[in-house]
Design a binder for this molecule. Sequence first.
Ligand SMILES: N[C@@H](CCC(=O)N[C@@H](CS)C(=O)NCC(=O)O)C(=O)O
Length: 235
Amino acid sequence: MVYELYYWPGIQGRGEFVRLALEEAGAGYVDVARRQGGTDLLMAALEVEEYPSFAPPFLKVGELTIGQVSNILLYLGEQHGLAPRTDPGRLWVHQLQLTIADLVTEVHDTHHPIATSLYYEDQKPEALRRSADFIEERLPKFLGYFSRLLTNPEPREFLSGDRLTYADLSLFQVIEGLRYAFPKAMQLTETEYPALGALRDRVAARPNIAAYLASERRIPFNENGIFRHYPELDQ
Ligand SMILES: N[C@@H](CCC(=O)N[C@@H](CS)C(=O)NCC(=O)O)C(=O)O
């Protein structure tokens, strides 16, 4: 079984949450749009009549096409032991992923607060206001929440207990992204939540993840993705 991942080439973006799960699972996959002519295939795949996705990423598994990051991870989690098997556990990890998706959208909106269809340069004053509020209010609220899950009522290795799930991989990606986008703010905020850095390190040290991060498959962060470093926003 070789999965086909459809996502924009050149950025980690939301596709990265899926890549991390596939890499941790050691699953065979093709990153379709990163191959020659792949973007045309991606555009064509968006136009299919049955189960078309609104936007990438989406994953093809034989005859099945699954869109929406959280939905894709729900599927991969079950297939590859990256989620609990019980209903409460499965729904809990799915809930965590949806919360991470909310955070990702808010990060995106720091540089695109007015319109996704406009350039950052067309909404800089609004981005400044939005980022200030994000750093002051939302960042500590989200990080505090995830830190609480790792520390209360007692310290735990991973978000849902002693076994890694795809939500841990996604939280790793968010921490990496936030450190890239807002290094100053993160340095200050993270000191309050050491459990998050510890989780990040635990995930980064997993053999398959470490190999992936060191490979060319891992696209560097850049200013076209979701986590963008604009120094003027990191105040
Ligand atoms: N909620 C969706 C969001 C998908 C999404 O926004 N994809 C972006 C790239 S990261 C895109 O291509 N958007 C095009 C659009 O919204 O028109 C998910 O989690 O998969």
